[in-house]
Design a protein around this ligand. Structure first.
Ligand SMILES: [Fe+2]
Ligand SMILES: [Fe+2]
Length: 253
């Protein structure tokens, strides 16, 4: 089983150059599973945080969803043999939180995230039968847990360690949320346990934070009966181009 975890695209603040590199690598990797969601949409307009009114005007909710959908089509094209699974996150949940503040609209089916995003038409799995807590985590072969995450520590891989602590070091983890790349390993009685923070694919100049310590990149995992192999590919910038090196090949936008 090969999976790819493109996380934290944050439409409409996605970085198309970084995405272009990630899409090429995804195409060569040819995964069986693609994780989507995971701060795929920013939902800037309905955030509870202070907002720049000029940005709300430029980035309406409908435009954001159109951009995200276009992005999904590109991921589908790049990974034609992959099933897609929606991983919920704090940004994707902004819609539900907004509806909780406007309870008179809460039960409108058209405003439920899977319906609003047209996940069925896109062939993206949302496990409806699990009710309100669906799609916050995906467990692969009882050995790899994929979550978006809520914790943010100061440095790369510190969050990965914190998440492993929370899980009592019992399972390997891929997470998003921190917008950093970082890997942390331990030797336990269960064997090697590993946790990875899986980069971001959004702009590195988001406006609400100056010079963030974030890294763009892509994470891929191969899970076999005997091995869990995670490949973390950081991207670098030279001039106006984004580059990556993976399996003896250079990629750029
Ligand atoms: Fe994020
Ligand atoms: Fe997040």
């Amino acid at each position: 089983m090969k999976l790819i975890f493109p996380t934290d695209e944050h439409y409409p603040f996605q970085d198309e150059k970084a995405r272009a590199v990630a899409l090429q690598i995804a195409n060569d990797f040819d995964p069986d599973l693609r994780i989507t969601g995971s701060d795929g949409l920013d939902f800037y307009a309905i955030s509870r945080f202070d907002k720049d009114p000029r940005r709300i005007k430029a980035n309406g909710l409908q435009d954001e969803i159109i951009l995200w959908t276009k992005g999904q089509r590109e991921w589908q094209e790049a990974t034609p043999n992959a099933n897609a699974w929606f991983l919920r996150s704090n940004h994707d949940d902004r819609l539900q939180k907004y509806l909780m503040r406007h309870p008179e609209m809460y039960d409108l089916k058209v405003l439920q995230l899977p319906v609003l995003l047209g996940l069925d038409a896109l062939g993206i799995v949302w496990e409806h039968e699990k009710g309100e807590n669906a799609n916050y985590e995906l467990l692969i072969e009882n050995r790899l847990l994929i979550i978006h995450g809520e914790i943010v520590r100061k440095f790369s891989a510190y969050t990965a360690k914190a998440i492993l602590d929370q899980e009592m070091n019992q399972i390997s983890i891929l997470s998003g949320h921190t917008h950093r790349g970082g890997s942390y390993f331990i030797q336990s009685r269960l064997g090697v346990i590993q946790a990875h923070e899986c980069f971001c694919l959004c702009s590195l100049n988001p406006g609400y934070v100056r010079k963030p310590n974030w890294q763009q990149g892509i994470a891929m995992a191969t899970v076999t009966k005997n091995c869990l192999s995670v490949e973390m590919v950081p991207f670098s910038r030279r001039g106006s181009k984004v580059y990556a090196q993976w399996r003896d090949k250079e990629y750029h936008n």
